[in-house]
Write a protein that binds this ligand. Structure first.
Ligand code: 5GP
Ligand code: MG
Ligand code: MG
Length: 176
């Protein structure tokens, strides 16, 4: 398979993703047992992970989305975060779970969490499918994370390369 003339190399298969999604959903369901959860997807990259994850969470939950933008090239983020779309309700005293596709430098999620903490949620946790641990530039880790991956640019399962590849069922890295 190719995107923009570059070959893709399979990194995580559809069945590995689905197994991990179920495992994360079970953990989340257990941790928030008997609580109501407000699940927030970060657009656009998390949309597929979000949809699979919430289907497997066994709790009373409500969903919402946010979109943040960082000044970046197609492959790297700068750390400056702008809120393009905010939440539609007040999260004061709610259990909030932020879902993102990937944590890389950590700047996006750290900035987001700091901004949302100011609104006094009861509990604020983060969940990512992918973690490029070795790329971290700030002191921040997600509370739930699926796969630790190497420092390679990945596409598929919601993640894009210049807006292409989001519909792939698997996760690929780009061969150089
Ligand atoms: P951070 O602020 O942690 O550096 O950046 C997180 C955001 O950068 C992710 O939500 C994602 O939008 C983008 N990003 C980081 N690494 C990758 C990657 O390998 N592939 C894609 N498609 N996006 C990435
Ligand atoms: Mg993102
Ligand atoms: Mg992107």
């Amino acid at each position: 398979m190719q995107i923009k003339g570059k070959d893709l190399e399979l990194l995580i298969s559809e069945s590995e993703i689905q197994r991990k999604v179920k495992e994360l959903a079970e953990k989340i369901s257990k941790d928030f047992q008997n609580e109501e959860l407000y699940v927030v997807g970060i657009l656009k990259g998390s949309f597929m992970f979000f949809a699979d994850l919430v289907r497997n969470i066994n709790l009373k939950l409500k969903i919402d989305f946010m979109q943040v933008a960082s000044y970046h090239t197609s492959m790297e983020s700068s750390g400056e975060v702008i809120f393009v779309k905010d939440l539609s309700v007040d999260i004061k005293d709610k259990n909030v779970l932020i879902i993102d596709d990937i944590i890389d430098t950590g700047r996006t999620l750290k900035a987001l969490v700091e901004a949302l903490q100011k609104r006094n949620p009861k509990n604020l946790k983060t969940c990512v499918l992918l973690d490029k641990k070795e790329r971290r530039e700030v002191d921040f880790d997600a509370d739930y994370s699926g796969f630790i991956i190497p420092d390679k640019f990945v596409v598929g399962y919601g993640l894009d390369w210049a807006e292409e590849g989001r519909n792939l069922k698997e996760i690929y890295c780009i061969k150089d």
